[in-house]
Design a protein. Structure first.
Length: 160
C-alpha cells in the first residue's frame, strides 16, 4: 500500500556518508521535530536526476528554508558512497542531505518502489517528493512513470 497524506512514515534505518564514514540513521530520528522536504528518485547519476531533479533542490534550497523547511533530503536506492559522490559532483554542500536506501527497505515500506529489473536496474524508487512534518506526510507528489512534472523543487515551493 502506498503511503498517503496524513500517514506517519515508517521507522527504517537508512545511511549517509560523512568524513567519519558511512553512518546509519533511523527515519524516525531523521524526521523528528523537523519540517523536511524529501524527494526521491530512481538513481544517482541518471539523466533527469542529475540534470534537473537534484539541481532544482540545490538551487532553490534557500527559498525552501525561507518557507519553513528545516532539512532537504534526497533519497535513492543506491549505497551511501554513491550518494555521497553524486552529492559532491552536484555541489550540494550542506544544502541537501544525501540518503542511501541501498536495499530499498524504506522505499518498499512506503510503497513507492519501481521494479526496473527488466532494464537491468533492479528495484528502484519511483520519482516523488513529500513534505514531512515531524514524521507525518503533509504533502505527497508522485510522478507518473517516465514523468518529471510534480516532484520538482518549484512545485514544492509553490505549494508551501
Amino acid at each position: 500500500m502506498t503511503i498517503k497524506v496524513g500517514d506517519k512514515l515508517p521507522a527504517i534505518d537508512v545511511q549517509y556518508k560523512t568524513e567519519e564514514g558511512v553512518q546509519t540513521i533511523n527515519t524516525s530520528e531523521l524526521f523528528a521535530g523537523k519540517k523536511v522536504a524529501l524527494f526521491a528518485l530512481p538513481g544517482a547519476f541518471t539523466p533527469t536526476c542529475s540534470a534537473a531533479h537534484l539541481p532544482g533542490y540545490v538551487i532553490n534550497s534557500d527559498k525552501l528554508f525561507e518557507k519553513g523547511i528545516n532539512r532537504i533530503v534526497c533519497l535513492s536506492v543506491n549505497d551511501a558512497h554513491v550518494m555521497d559522490a553524486w552529492g559532491q559532483q552536484q555541489n550540494v554542500d550542506d544544502r541537501v542531505m544525501m540518503i542511501a536506501d541501498g536495499s530499498a527497505h524504506f522505499t518498499r515500506a512506503v510503497g513507492l518502489e519501481d521494479d526496473r529489473d527488466a532494464t537491468g536496474m533492479g528495484i528502484r524508487s519511483q520519482r516523488y517528493s513529500m513534505v514531512v512534518n515531524d514524521g507525518v506526510v503533509e504533502q505527497l507528489n508522485i510522478e507518473a512513470p517516465k514523468e518529471f512534472k510534480v516532484s520538482d523543487a518549484e512545485t514544492m515551493l509553490n505549494s508551501l
